[in-house]
Ligand binder design. Structure first.
Ligand code: CO
Length: 626
C-alpha cells in the first residue's frame, strides 16, 4: 500500500502518491477492469464548514470511470485516508449525460473513420488520401436524433495534413461530417453535402511564403535583485496584505481559496467552473458545434508546462500540478502554475498646487496563472491581485480559429477560400463570496437619469439606482454597459467607519451573453450563459453551472435546476456566478495564429476599506526614481 507522508492542509494540492493510492483502492474494489478508463479525476474537497473548522479532514477524490467496451460508467468517490470507496453510482446516460471525452478516444477516432466505407467513399470522391486526414472527436451535443440517446457519440470533421509539420486547420474538408459511436467504434452516419474545394492556403507560422526575416528587438529582462516579496508554503500564498491558497484540478484548472486581505475574508473559493464555445454557422454539417471545454473535455488536464523567459518573464515561482491519465496513473504537469509580481504602472499620484507636494506610488500585482491548449485553441487564465485590494481575472484566448471551407454569411474569409465561423467563448466564474464573513447579499447598482424638473431645474442630475436581489428568481441578471451596471456583494452584518455595508463590487465587461436562440438545444444545455449574473444559495454539491456531466446532457442541469428552489439570497451564504466572454467575429489578422484576445472581470473593494488601502505602499527609493 502506498504511504501518504506529509498530509497537510485540507485543500493541499494533489500528490502523485494520492493518485496512486486512489487507483489501488479502485483496483481492490474490483472497479478497474481491463477496458475501464478514467474520464475524470479531481480532489473532492471537504465541505466549507469542515475546511473553516480547521480540524482533520478526509482526503477524498472523485473519479468518473468509463468501460470503453460496454459504455457503462460510474461516478465514484474514494477516501485515501481510509483506503475505501465511500460512494459509487452508475450513470444513466440518457438522463445524466456521458462522461467527458478522453485521450483514448482522441487516439482511436481516425482508425474508426478509416474503417468506414462511407467515409472512405466521401474522401475518394474528393480525391483525398485517407492517410493525410486528421480528425478529432468533437462533442456531439444533443439534437433530434432519437437513435443517439444514451449512446456515446462524437462528430468528426476531416482536415487534410500535407506533411508532418503542416497545420491541418488550414485545409478543412468541408461538406462532410461523420457521426461516430465510440463504444461500438463505428461510424453511425456520414453527412455529405457535396465536395467543396479544400483551401490551399498555408497555416504554418514559419512558412517563407508568408513570413519575412524576424523583426529585430533588443531583449527585455525583468529582475528583482532582492528577490520576490511573496511566499508560498504548502499551497498558501502570502503577498503584501493578501493571503490565499491555490489549488488545481483538471476540470477548472487553477482554483483560488480563502482569499483574504488584512486577515479579512473576501472569497472562499474562486474558479472558472465551466466554459462553452457555441458556433454560429447553421450549415447542415456544423450547426451542432458547441464545445464545453471544462465539462466535456476537462481541458486543464492538457495544461502546459510553462517555460521561463517564454511563457513567463521575471522572478517566477512555478508550482507543479498532478493529474491522472486515462489509466489512473499519476501524471505531473511540471511548472503548471506560474506566480510572479508585475509592475503595473502608477498606483496613485498627485502633484499639489498649494503644498508643492509630489507623491507617486507604483502599482504592483501578483499574477497567478496557467495556460492550456484544447484542440485548435489555447486559453490562459490569469488571476491578478493588486495592492489596492482589487482582484481581477483575465482570460486570454489564442491559438488557431476553427476553420471551414465555405466562408459565407456566418463566417469571415480569413485567408483565400478559408472560412472562420463566428462563435462565442463564454466562461462561468463561480465566486463563493465571503465578504467579511459568510453572510452576504448582492445589490444591482447602476446610473439613472433624473428628468429635468423642480428638483433638477438644470437637468444635470443623475443618481445611483440600487436594487437588492432577494431571491434566486430575481438574481438572474443581464449586464448593461449603457448604465454602468455593476453588482455589489455586501455584508449586511458588517459596516465600515462611515456606517456603510462593507462590500466588493463586480464589474462585468458587458459583452453579449449567449446569442443562440432561447429555444435552441445549446440554450437549454448552457443556460448559465444566457445571463451575466446568477446568485444562488451555497450548497456543497452545486459546483458546475451546466451540471456535473455535460457531455450529451439533455439540458436543464446545473443553475436552471438549482434555482427552481428559489431560495432567499439576501444575507445568506451565497455563491455568485458570472458569465463573461468574447463574441468572436474572426479577422484576417487572426490567421494563421490568433493574437491574444482578452476577456474577464474585476472585483474591486467598495466600502470594504475606510480609505485608499494602498496608502501604505512605500515610495520608490531615490536610487530607482530620478
Ligand atoms: Co474565438
Amino acid at each position: 500500500m502506498t504511504t501518504l507522508e506529509n498530509r497537510t492542509h485540507a485543500l493541499a494540492m494533489t500528490s502523485e502518491a494520492e493518485v496512486t493510492a486512489v487507483r489501488e483502492v479502485l483496483l481492490a474494489a474490483g472497479l478497474l477492469g481491463e477496458t475501464v478508463r478514467y474520464t475524470f479525476f479531481a480532489p473532492e474537497e471537504p465541505t466549507k464548514d469542515e475546511v473553516l473548522g480547521g480540524g482533520e479532514t478526509d482526503r477524498r477524490f472523485r473519479v468518473v470511470l468509463l468501460d470503453i467496451a460496454t459504455g457503462r460508467s460510474w461516478d465514484v468517490v474514494v477516501s485515501v485516508s481510509s483506503s475505501s470507496v465511500v460512494g459509487s453510482r452508475e450513470l444513466d446516460p440518457p438522463r445524466d449525460g456521458q462522461p467527458p471525452i478522453i485521450d483514448t478516444e482522441f487516439e482511436m477516432i481516425e482508425d474508426i473513420l478509416n474503417a468506414a466505407p462511407e467515409w472512405l467513399a466521401a474522401l475518394a470522391s474528393r480525391g483525398i488520401e485517407p492517410a493525410s486526414v486528421r480528425a478529432v472527436p468533437l462533442s456531439a451535443g444533443v439534437y433530434d436524433y432519437p437513435d443517439e440517446a444514451g449512446r456515446r457519440i462524437v462528430r468528426a470533421f476531416g482536415f487534410r495534413q500535407d506533411h508532418a509539420k503542416d497545420h491541418p486547420w488550414a485545409h478543412p474538408i468541408d461538406g462532410l461530417v461523420a457521426y461516430v459511436d465510440l463504444t461500438a467504434r463505428s461510424v453511425d452516419r456520414v453527412v455529405d453535402t457535396g465536395a467543396v474545394p479544400v483551401p490551399e492556403t498555408t497555416g504554418n507560422f514559419d512558412d517563407p511564403e508568408v513570413q519575412g526575416p524576424p523583426l529585430e528587438l533588443k531583449p527585455i529582462e525583468i529582475t528583482q535583485p532582492e528577490g520576490r516579496s511573496f511566499t508560498v508554503e504548502d499551497g498558501r500564498v502570502r503577498w503584501g496584505r493578501w493571503d490565499l491558497r491555490i489549488g488545481f484540478n483538471e476540470r477548472e484548472g487553477l482554483t483560488l481559496h480563502q482569499i483574504a486581505f488584512d486577515d479579512r475574508p473576501i472569497c472562499y473559493r474562486a474558479s472558472v467552473a465551466e466554459m462553452v464555445v457555441p458556433y454560429a454557422d447553421p450549415a447542415p454539417v456544423r450547426f451542432w458545434q458547441n464545445y464545453f471545454d471544462c465539462g466535456e473535455y476537462m481541458f486543464a488536464r492538457y495544461a502546459d508546462s510553462l517555460q521561463l523567459g517564454c511563457d513567463c518573464l521575471g522572478d517566477i515561482l512555478y508550482t507543479d500540478a498532478v493529474v491522472a491519465d486515462d489509466l489512473g496513473n499519476p501524471r505531473t504537469i511540471q511548472n503548471a502554475i506560474c506566480m510572479h509580481e508585475e509592475d503595473y504602472g502608477v498606483a496613485w499620484k498627485h502633484s499639489d498646487m498649494f503644498t508643492g507636494s509630489r507623491e507617486t506610488r507604483r502599482q504592483r500585482r501578483l499574477v497567478i496563472s496557467f495556460f492550456t491548449p484544447i484542440g485548435n485553441y489555447d486559453y490562459g487564465f490569469y488571476w491578478y491581485l493588486y495592492l489596492d485590494g482589487t482582484i481581477e481575472l483575465e482570460c486570454k484566448a489564442t491559438g488557431i480559429v476553427f476553420t471551414s471551407g465555405t466562408p459565407g454569411e456566418y463566417a469571415t474569409e480569413i485567408a483565400p477560400g478559408l472560412g472562420a465561423p463566428f462563435h462565442q467563448h463564454l466562461f462561468s466564474a463561480r465566486l463563493d463570496m465571503t465578504v467579511d464573513g459568510p453572510r452576504n447579499a448582492v445589490e444591482e447598482v447602476e446610473a439613472a437619469r433624473v428628468p429635468i424638473g423642480e428638483q433638477n431645474p438644470y437637468g444635470n442630475a443623475f443618481r445611483r439606482s440600487v436594487t437588492r436581489l432577494s431571491r434566486e428568481s430575481d438574481a438572474q441578471r443581464d449586464a448593461n454597459a449603457a448604465t454602468a451596471r455593476v453588482w455589489h456583494i455586501v455584508n449586511p452584518e458588517k459596516r465600515n467607519a462611515l456606517g456603510q455595508e462593507v462590500g466588493y463590487v463586480l464589474h462585468p465587461t458587458g459583452q453579449p451573453t449567449l446569442l443562440a436562440d432561447g429555444a435552441s438545444s445549446i440554450a437549454g444545455r448552457a443556460t448559465f450563459a444566457t445571463k451575466a449574473l446568477w446568485v444562488t444559495r451555497y450548497a456543497h454539491d452545486q459546483r458546475y453551472p451546466a451540471g456535473d456531466f455535460v457531455n450529451q446532457n439533455p439540458g436543464g442541469a446545473g443553475l436552471p435546476a438549482w434555482v427552481q428552489a428559489d431560495r432567499p439570497v439576501d444575507g445568506e451564504d451565497i455563491v455568485v456566478w458570472h458569465t463573461f466572454g468574447l463574441t468572436h467575429f474572426p479577422r484576417p489578422e487572426d490567421w494563421p495564429v490568433m493574437p491574444v484576445d482578452y476577456t474577464g472581470f474585476v472585483l474591486k473593494p467598495a466600502g470594504f476599506f475606510d480609505r485608499n488601502p494602498a496608502l501604505d505602499v512605500p515610495a520608490t527609493t531615490a536610487k530607482h526614481c530620478h
